[in-house]
Design a protein around this ligand. Structure first.
Ligand code: ITT
Length: 190
């Protein structure tokens, strides 16, 4: 089955393709000729995921799903959360976001955090939302070269290594995105 995933993030696309498996042909925004940035104007993951998916349906006509993901840090009252992609400000990359997070947690002993992914599936004019959470902690150094974004500083509960120290198969078996995608898959096959 063919389905469009409304993302500009190549890492997310790769992860979702691996998690959904070979029964699905997942097209990215580039594959449908969508080159513009979709404005993410909501202040919740749910809102932004739905905006992205509905935008594609409206402008390109495809049933589609979108992922909005945030890192929620307890000691920072849930920040960076929905603002995870632009924590260090517009135009800054992931390295700057991670550096700012390290700085803001420097003297903090409570390192608890969680990743949360919300996926919005738009079929016709109906939107369905599912989410996936993985709990863990933020360490005070960067470890590992795999993954992307905040992966080098996030250690999931029950593990001693960061997501960036895991191979993609291991991350994709326990991650926030894997959990949300499992729920998506159930909907798509039912
Ligand atoms: P799209 O909106 O095009 O899907 P994006 O990268 O802008 O891509 P988000 O708005 O969901 O995605 O931003 C999420 C931020 O959190 C972004 O900075 C990512 O680097 C980071 N992030 C998302 N998923 C992650 C993961 O599995 N591991 C580590 N960091 C992640």
């Amino acid at each position: 089955r063919k389905i469009v995933f409304a993302t500009n993030n190549a890492h997310k696309l790769e992860e979702i393709r691996a998690i959904l498996g070979k029964d699905f042909q997942v097209l990215g925004l580039g594959d449908i000729g969508c080159k513009e940035d979709i404005p993410e104007t909501a202040d919740t993951l749910e809102g932004n995921a739905e905006i992205k998916a509905r935008y594609v349906k409206e402008h390109y006509g495809y049933d589609c799903f979108a992922d909005d993901t945030g890192l929620e840090v307890e000691a920072l009252d849930g920040a960076p959360g929905v603002y995870s992609a632009r924590y260090a400000g517009p135009g800054h990359d992931s390295a700057a976001n991670v550096a700012l997070l390290m700085k803001n947690l420097q003297k903090e002993s409570n390192r608890a955090a969680r990743f949360r992914t919300v996926i919005a599936l738009v079929e016709g004019d109906k939107a369905t939302l599912v989410d996936g959470i993985v709990k863990g902690r933020i360490i005070d150094e960067l470890r590992g070269d795999n993954g992307f974004g905040y992966d080098p500083v996030f250690v999931p509960d029950g593990y001693d290594k960061t997501f960036a120290e895991m191979d993609s198969k291991e991350k994709n078996s326990i991650s926030h995105r894997a959990r949300a995608t499992a729920k998506l898959k159930n909907i798509l096959v039912s």
